[in-house]
Design a protein around this ligand. Structure first.
Ligand code: NDP
Length: 473
């Protein structure tokens, strides 16, 4: 029996759309199904709206600085509804762009949930069946709530972009990317933010010195950060729900959470407080349920991830998976690279494993944390190292009387002289680490950094002017 498609993609996010377009460009006949909005987590309820909110939240600081620089600037009120309307218009535009990209590539889009019936058969929710030579699972991930009575009263990150109004106070639970970014964003927008993190220091897995400085900066901007603390119990305080969740933004596969009113929270540190809202930023799980994968022999891991090999192939040879649903490195650019490697392997005759080494990333806190390679703690466990590190008050904010500091850090192998890790805490660290990552990925040594002329006056010039190690280990 013939095939309707050479490739059928389930999921219209960054990975799925890239794979569909590139496979179609090789002449393959490609179809795609998406059960929610096109663009996926990154475009609709992740990186893009988050970054726009980062920009929105940065203006009070900028205005305070402007005033110190002599401008007659004052921080006025923030109009959340006006901002939200504009934000959603932008997301609508981007979704249109994604639909247009598929259309332009000649890929029909099926706006339905899809599942697998056989190794080559996809069934849409409306009963339509397709036979495909290859099937790509690119269904991403979704926020997880802790297993706690009344946890449905709390928001997850998806809900933030649909809020009807800003809460006056919020408790953010978690210490990872989303918790720390949302804490800084909401604090910047004027919300009174409390953050509970169960461990000893936020941003587990990042360089200790860098995470320490971010935590210090977050506290300095008024975030009430409690480490070693979690929710013991939570429940409604009073009856009237005051902050309806924006249903338009709720993912189609999940009912919108209960609209929170004031929420009373008992903490493991003994305190009891009422918050206008609670946000769970306690991790994400792969969207693999309900796809019929296990029934046809696709292996699913402990956290719900689709298990794949280096070529993103599952245990069923016709089925591949890329992006967050595989829970490898859950970042948009990684999903895109995985998609491109999949197309090279399957449609271009060039078997291409995905290179997951030395992936740079940035946490968009205020200031940002940019990182690539090994942390000092990881490197110490592997070989003898030298640590080059400097922390200082940058010119721009120091001039305005701000005491905040930035950090530039290199972790260097004593044996090979290679820079094993680079960690930056500074405004625009995301931009800086992208460039440093090229050198680190190329295998640059400390001496390569040293013979690079500084760009003056900048913050990043410190990366090429640190002469003496602060520590050896
Ligand atoms: P993370 O895995 O980064 O953080 C989850 C946090 O929640 C951790 O601090 C974890 O603690 C804590 N936690 C987990 N379970 C519980 C629980 N039951 N009770 C209390 N705390 C709990 O997940 P995020 O949701 O922040 O982000 C998911 C992924 O999305 C990231 O890992 C990243 O890959 C990606 N992302 C990337 C961004 C970027 O590139 N800027 C931005 C946002 C997301 P513990 O440390 O103890 O495990």
């Amino acid at each position: 029996m013939g095939f309707d498609y050479d490739l059928f993609v389930i999921g219209g996010g960054s990975g799925g759309v890239r794979a569909a377009r590139m496979a179609a460009a090789t002449g393959a006949k490609v179809g795609l199904a998406e059960d929610s909005r096109m663009g996926g987590t990154c475009v609709i309820r992740g990186c893009v709206p988050k970054k726009i909110m980062v920009f929105a939240s940065s203006f009070p600081d900028a205005m305070r600085e402007a005033s110190a620089y002599g401008w007659g600037a004052e921080v006025g009120p923030f109009d959340w509804p006006a901002f939200r309307t504009r934000l959603h218009a932008e997301l609508d535009r981007l979704e249109g762009v994604y639909r247009g990209l598929l259309d332009g590539a000649g890929v029909p889009l099926h706006d339905h949930p899809a599942r697998l019936a056989l190794a080559h058969t996809v069934v849409l929710a409306d009963g339509t069946r397709f036979r495909a030579r290859h099937i790509l699972i690119a269904t991403g991930g979704a926020p997880d709530r802790p297993d706690l009575p009344n946890a449905r009263l709390g928001w997850v990150s998806d809900d933030i972009f649909g809020m009807e109004r800003l809460p006056e106070s919020i408790l953010i639970v978690g210490g990872g990317f989303i918790a720390c970014e949302m804490a800084c964003i909401l604090a910047g927008l004027g919300v009174k933010v409390t953050q509970f993190y169960r461990g000893a220091q936020i941003l587990r897995g990042f360089d200790d010195e860098a995470r320490g400085l971010v935590a210090e900066a977050m506290k300095a901007q008024g975030i009430d950060l409690h480490t070693g603390t979690n929710i013991l119990a939570m429940g409604p305080d009073g009856t009237a729900p005051t902050i309806p969740v924006g249903e338009a933004m709720a993912p189609a596969h999940e009912a919108p959470p209960g609209a929170p009113g004031p929420i009373r929270v008992k903490a493991t540190n003994g305190s009891e407080q009422v918050f206008d809202a609670v946000l769970f930023a306690t991790g994400r799980r792969p969207n693999s349920a309900g796809l019929g994968l296990e029934d046809i022999g696709v292996q699913i891991g402990r956290r719900g991830e689709v298990v794949v090999d280096d070529f993103s192939q599952t245990a069923v040879p016709s089925i591949f998976a890329v992006g967050d649903v595989t829970n490898r490195i859950n970042l948009t650019p990684v999903a895109i690279r995985e998609a491109m490697a999949f197309v090279a392997t399957v449609f271009e005759g060039r078997p291409t494993p995905v290179d997951h080494a030395l992936v740079a990333s940035a946490v968009f806190t205020r200031p940002e944390l940019g990182t690539v390679g090994l942390t000092e703690e990881e490197a110490r466990g592997q070989e003898e190292i030298e640590v080059y590190c400097t922390s200082f008050r940058p010119m721009r904010s120091a001039f305005a009387g701000d005491m905040s500091r930035v950090l530039m850090k290199l972790v260097v192998s004593r044996a090979t002289r290679r820079v094993l890790g680079c960690h930056i805490v500074a405004p625009e660290a995301g931009e800086m680490i992208q460039l440093a990552a090229i050198a680190v990925k190329m295998g640059a040594t400390k001496e390569d950094f040293d013979r690079t002329m500084a760009v003056h006056p900048t913050m990043a010039e410190e990366l090429v002017t640190m002469r003496k190690p602060v520590r050896t280990a």
